[in-house]
Design a binder for this molecule. Structure first.
Ligand SMILES: Nc1nc2c(ncn2[C@@H]2O[C@H](COP(=O)(O)OP(=O)(O)O)[C@@H](O)[C@H]2O)c(=O)[nH]1
Ligand SMILES: Nc1ncnc2c1ncn2[C@@H]1O[C@H](COP(=O)(O)OP(=O)(O)O)[C@@H](O)[C@H]1O
Length: 420
């Protein structure tokens, strides 16, 4: 471990002065030290993040995006790939103790460029995986909603719909919170600024957007998420941390599209004209952008629906999402953490009392998916053989047990980047 005590000045709260703000760790990334811990400034129940810039010797309060972890009795922190920090909270269960603080990922760099200040973002680490979300785009009236409700009806426990926010007025049969979250423009614009949206776009003169929460609640329920969004939105999702399947739905002809839009009778003539004008551009982009993995023509509804099911690998008899729920374990405050490649060894129990029966876990990060502003999924946690003193983490390196080391007082850095 590298200890940066000499980098701190005077009585500034730090990881050494435990009278200050509680349990803190510090991680050095380039010329910056990220101090994680203590209470958040405005929200005392969440963990705070401060940055100490070693070159200017100044403290920075960054903009903190994402869901913040609640204050805990202690945590450990490990730097991953130089752009995000894994934070493991003690005294909690494995479904809520893993958190990722992004400090230099592409998402962070993009946010810093847009906001002109330092940004960090939290995402909750989730054990196990769910199937890729499905993004469905296509011009208004092509049949997206019809195809999606077909899937939801036939496979009720498999899919969940991402309920978007929109500033457009509700149609007669639309319910708030079910079809859309109908919002005020000013409220939606503020929430976009606060980083609550995965993507947003202005479509047919209204604002539409997918909140991070809309997608994550579906996945948290173990369901495969379906997003009905326009081409601009699809492009934004492609650039985001969400790994999805992109499907474009085309009409058999422009005339047929117009016919369906009119037959639906949900828009005024002016709105229909606007949607038809936009449809031409959307059809062009849908075909040419290389954005979509699949292009389906919705001519005969039944055969288009069948093709959609084929793409999604839906065969007769499979009616639920293929997910496995990992077993929950309790991680104590006292635990030691070491990083080897994509694996984190978590050694539980104070070293002085270490017995052969103590639990040692390996957190495998090699299949990570997602990240801020949503969840980081794909974590795999398993128990290593506790009967030996030396633990083979990846058959290449043995870790000796560390003694007398309390993570609450520690500043951990990764093995990466150190000289041999
Ligand atoms: N970017 C983006 N587009 C959305 C979102 N929700 C809906 N849309 C798109 O907005 C367009 C208009 O949707 P809507 O007003 O429901 O009309 P409809 O497509 O004619 O039923 C469609 O292309 C939708 O796919 C969203 O959250 N983000
Ligand atoms: N393959 C199809 N053939 C004929 N009509 C269709 C077909 N697919 C959908 N429709 C009808 O076209 C209209 C528009 O479909 P909808 O699902 O609302 O489109 P979107 O959600 O893409 O705007 C609806 O009245 C729907 O019943």
């Amino acid at each position: 471990p590298v200890f940066f005590a000499d980098s701190f000045l005077g009585d500034i709260p730090n990881g050494v002065d435990l009278k200050s703000k509680g349990h803190e760790t510090a991680i050095c990334v380039g010329s910056k030290i990220y101090v994680i811990g203590g209470a958040d400034h405005e929200l005392t129940s969440a963990i705070g993040v401060q940055i100490f810039d070693k070159s200017s010797r100044e403290w920075i309060n960054p903009t903190v995006l994402g869901t913040k972890p609640k204050l805990s009795n202690g945590h450990s922190a490990v730097l991953l790939n130089g752009d995000r920090v894994l934070v493991i909270q003690g005294d909690s269960k494995s479904d809520g103790c893993f958190w990722f603080l992004e400090v230099g990922t592409p998402f962070i760099r993009e946010q810093e460029k847009a906001r002109g200040n330092e940004v960090v973002a939290w995402s909750k680490g989730v054990l196990g995986n769910v199937e890729k979300p499905i993004v469905i785009s296509g011009p208004s009236g092509v049949g997206k909603g019809t195809l999606i409700s077909g899937l939801m009806k036939e496979f009720p426990s498999m899919f969940g719909f991402s309920v978007s926010h929109t500033t457009r007025t509700p149609r007669e049969k639309e319910q708030n919170g079910f079809h859309y979250h109908f919002s005020d423009r000013s409220v939606m614009e503020r929430e976009i600024k606060d980083g609550k949206f995965l993507e947003f776009a202005s479509v047919h003169g209204n604002l539409y957007g997918t909140s991070v929460e809309a997608v994550e609640v579906v996945a948290d329920a173990g369901r495969r998420c379906i997003l009905d969004i326009d081409v601009q939105g699809a492009r934004s999702v492609r650039a985001s941390s969400l790994d999805a399947i992109f499907i474009f739905i085309s009409p058999p002809s422009f005339e047929e599209l117009e016919k369906r839009l009119r037959a639906r009778a949900t828009e005024t003539e002016e709105q229909i004209q606007k949607r038809l004008r936009n449809a031409r551009a959307e059809l062009e982009q849908g075909k040419s952008s290389g954005l979509f993995d699949h292009n389906l023509v919705n001519d005969d509804l039944e055969s288009c629906y069948k093709n959609l099911k084929n793409i999604l690998g839906l065969t007769e008899g499979v009616k639920t999402a293929r997910i496995t729920y990992p077993e929950l374990v309790n991680l104590p405050v006292e635990h030691l953490v070491s990083k080897i490649d994509q694996k984190i060894l978590i050694n539980c129990g104070a070293a002085e009392y270490q017995k052969a029966s103590d639990n040692r876990y390996v957190l495998d990060l090699s299949l990570l998916k997602g990240g801020a502003p949503g969840r980081t999924r794909g974590l795999n946690l398993y128990v290593t053989n506790p009967s030996t003193d030396q633990v083979n983490v990846d058959n290449q390196l043995s870790l000796p047990t560390t003694s007398g080391f309390n993570n609450r007082f520690s500043l951990l850095t990764s093995l990466e980047g150190s000289s041999p």
